[in-house]
Design a binder for this molecule. Structure first.
Ligand code: 5GP
Ligand code: MG
Length: 183
């Protein structure tokens, strides 16, 4: 789906498909450099990170294992509820492994700070975070993301995996959702 298909629902397009792919290419180059000679497991946080995982993994010019976790922190609204639950755990034993968590957006930081300490308790060699978007002003929990696509404002965004009530995930670009959609 293109932005033109949901034109009335968006205030603006923040990042186009092309901009996203270019930025992921840059992050992939950083990741290749930092993990040179090391094995790497990337862990995608379902369901929002599906697109980032797919494109980031293909931008990497090296072997990488992929696994998935599903956690719930939001319900179906646009504000964090503060409650984190594991809905689907890893299939991989990460002890001794270099783990890179891949997510689409850090908002309050609650989900990823919780997930990071959860994974760190499993004796991995390292745990780092790659997020496409970060909302620095919304962050309540300190989360050190090593790889960040862009810092954005506090507005609610959709597309490229990011949903509003399970819609818009298949939008190619990332845009700001118009308030009339959710009010
Ligand atoms: P946090 O725990 O950092 O507050 O929330 C992270 C999760 O909240 C993200 O993985 C995503 O599912 C959801 N989220 C936070 N901000 C946005 C946003 O602007 N748009 C959408 N669609 N989801 C968001
Ligand atoms: Mg997410």
């Amino acid at each position: 789906m293109d932005a033109a298909h949901v034109d009335d629902d968006l205030v603006e397009v923040l990042f186009t498909e092309k901009q996203i792919h270019d930025r992921l290419g840059e992050l992939a180059a950083d990741i290749e450099r930092d993990y040179d000679g090391k094995d790497l497991l990337i862990v995608g946080v379902l369901r929002g990170a599906v697109m980032v995982m797919a494109d980031l993994a293909r931008a990497l010019g090296r072997h990488v294992e992929m696994d998935w976790m599903a956690v719930s922190s939001y319900g179906s609204g646009t504000k964090s509820s503060g409650v984190v639950r594991i809905l689907k755990d890893l299939d991989t034993d990460i002890s001794g492994r270099h783990v890179l968590i891949v997510d689409e957006v850090i908002d309050t930081g609650l989900t990823l700070s919780w997930l990071t300490s959860n994974l760190n308790s499993r004796n991995p060699a390292s745990v780092e975070i790659c997020t496409l978007l970060r909302k620095p002003e919304a962050q309540q929990m300190p989360v050190q993301a090593r790889y960040v696509g862009w810092d954005i404002g506090e507005e609610f965004v959709v597309g490229y995996g990011l949903d509003y009530r399970e819609n818009y995930r298949n939008l190619r670009d990332i845009g700001t959702l118009a308030p009339h959609v959710y009010s």
